[in-house]
Design a protein around this ligand. Structure first.
Ligand SMILES: [Zn+2]
Ligand SMILES: [Zn+2]
Length: 73
């Protein structure tokens, strides 16, 4: 009984956790969203914090948070 069920479909074993709302996710419910961290205005004291051009990071989220991220763009 140590199996951790997905918090979305309640059927499959959870393999990931939503990094936004911390819900358990199975392989069918997990979504991967790319976040670009290189936005205009993301500067600290006039200096760009990240010298890397590819400021895209991927996070695993649930469907609900995925849609919110998509909406926010
Ligand atoms: Zn699921
Ligand atoms: Zn979520």
């Amino acid at each position: 009984m140590s199996e951790n069920l997905c918090g979305v479909c309640q059927k499959m074993a959870a393999q990931w956790t939503c990094q936004e709302c911390k819900v358990a996710l199975c392989e069918q419910c997990v979504k991967e969203v790319r976040i670009e961290s290189t936005r205009p205005g993301q500067r600290m004291m006039g200096r760009v914090t990240s010298p890397m051009k590819s400021g895209v990071k991927k996070i695993k989220v649930c469907d609900k948070c995925f849609r919110e991220k998509e909406f926010l763009g």
